[in-house]
Ligand binder design. Structure first.
Ligand code: ADP
Ligand code: MG
Length: 466
């Protein structure tokens, strides 16, 4: 991430400055530096910047600086394409808004029952984050009032269109245009790409918008690209061979369809790789589990569809493999942008059969990239060279709702169960679950701890994930 100047240079209230400090955000990313002055001035802004450039924090600061927590009615509405993104956005807003007392952020996402969402809304939300369809449903049922919304954010706007949410978005935006706030509302749009359709949304729903495009050429230069010519029927074998050839701790393999994702993941798993799939067929809780495991490094190969991975805040990895060439340039750029961490050079490999070669050449030409073509003959699969994760994962049926914090778990495992701290890796906590990365030799002891003792006065079920 390119870093520019300090947040202190911009005009933010004390609570937000304190929130930034508590969250350890000191310098703005170049995207934040480019758009925050306009965002904070109340202007309508459309920002095009690549994934991972810190767009969420940019609009979070903008909308929070206008919130009156005593108003008890939503003043900011954010639309996101997927449930995970909505949750990530809600988390980011809570994090930086930590020093605003009584700030309530409610997420309204599909695939979850409406009842609890309605209850949360009744308690008085200041910020609503959700997916277009579910927000529309709440509007239809009159369970949410958007009369006081003075900031509307369309996050990952390109992806919302790609996923077919245009109609739902328009219904919500039309509803907002009928409210008294309409004339003074600020509309912010964020997108990784800026195709014509987005331009149309800007023209129609934003007022005199300033369009800010943040260039990202230098980032791509930090990625080495290779292509391997293969026969179509050898794709899985080629992925396996490349994985044992490079032996990298975390790799993302991109597939085009859910079915390919499922199949490839299953095959890699059978071969002995710690692989997990991320695609649209999974339940919300399964998706969170996969992401938690990839992040805590108990899964080393993430097989994902573009749709499922788009926009997600996954740490960059050292290797990205494209199981097939992307359909379009943006998708390719996005995929390879998942590699190249900090100052390290990333590697992005694309598998191509004869029919795909022209497509890859076109992508290389249009993105001004050099893609070295290699022969897969030189790369062999070796079962004994599969890189095993250092840790395994324990899932606990208890999370933030049970007031469980990483420190509570770490304390119980190191002090009570006397597991050496070096045997415990990352502990992450979602609403209902906790995931613990732990060395295999300490699993039994850890499970015993959960079976026999309470944490914070409660007994939690725990199991090892395989
Ligand atoms: P985008 O929406 O542009 O894809 P995100 O908003 O998801 O990117 O941010 C990517 C990551 O960068 C997040 O983990 C976020 O916490 C982190 N981040 C954002 N702004 C900063 C900053 N100013 N300094 C350090 N990290 C930041
Ligand atoms: Mg984003």
């Amino acid at each position: 991430m390119e870093i520019s100047m300090s947040f202190k240079a911009i005009n933010l209230n004390d609570e937000l400055q304190a929130g930034l400090k508590a969250a350890n955000y000191t310098e703005m990313t170049s995207t934040q530096a480019a758009c925050l002055p306009d965002v904070l001035s109340g202007k309508d802004v459309a920002v095009q910047a690549k994934t991972g450039s810190g767009k969420t924090l940019a609009f979070a600061l903008g909308l929070l600086s206008k919130i009156d927590v005593l108003a008890k009615s939503p003043q900011a509405l954010i639309m996101c394409p997927t449930r995970e993104l909505a949750e990530q956005v809600a988390e980011q807003i809570r994090l930086v808004g930590k020093r605003m007392s009584n700030l309530k952020v409610v997420s309204l996402v599909g695939g979850m029952p409406m009842g609890p969402q309605i209850v949360s809304l009744r308690y008085g939300a200041s910020v609503v984050v959700g997916t277009p369809g579910r927000i529309m449903d709440h509007i239809g049922k009159r369970t949410v009032s958007l009369k006081k919304v003075n900031t509307l954010v369309l996050d990952e706007a390109d992806r919302m269109l790609d996923m077919g949410f245009e109609d739902e978005m328009r219904v919500v935006m039309h509803h907002l245009s009928q409210t008294a706030q309409a004339a003074t509302r600020q509309t912010l749009l964020f997108s990784a790409t800026y195709p014509e359709q987005i331009q149309k949304i800007t023209n129609q729903y934003q007022r005199d918008a300033k369009i800010i495009k943040v260039e990202s050429a230098e980032k791509v230069a930090n990625i080495e690209q290779q292509a391997y010519r293969i026969l179509n029927e050898h794709r899985t074998q080629a992925v396996a061979a490349l994985l044992t050839h490079h032996q990298i701790e975390s790799t993302i393999v991109f597939c085009r369809t859910r079915r390919e994702t499922r199949e490839l993941c299953e095959e890699l798993y059978q071969m002995g790789f710690a692989a997990a799939g991320l695609h649209g067929d999974l339940e919300q809780s399964e998706r969170s589990q996969v992401l938690a495991r990839f992040t805590n490094k108990t899964v080393s190969v993430l097989v994902a569809t573009d749709v499922a991975a788009r926009g997600l805040d996954i740490e960059r990895v050292d290797l990205v493999i494209n199981h097939r060439v992307s359909e379009d340039i943006d998708t390719h750029t996005h995929r390879i942008g998942r590699t190249g961490r900090a100052e390290e050079k990333g590697l992005a490999i694309t598998l191509i059969d004869e029919a795909e070669e022209a497509k890859l050449d076109e992508i290389a030409a249009k993105t001004d990239a050099t893609i070295k073509k290699l022969s897969i003959q030189s790369v062999r699969f070796h079962a004994n060279r599969i890189r095993e994760p250092e840790f395994v994962c324990i899932a606990v049926d208890g999370g933030k709702r049970d007031k469980l914090r990483p420190g509570d778990i770490l304390g119980a495992l190191t002090k009570e169960a006397e597991i050496p701290g070096t045997d415990i890796g990352k502990i992450s906590i979602s609403a209902r679950h906790a995931y613990i990365a732990i060395k295999a030799r300490s699993v039994k002891r850890a499970l015993g701890q959960f079976r026999e003792r309470k944490i914070k006065g409660k007994r939690f079920k725990a199991r090892k994930l395989s």
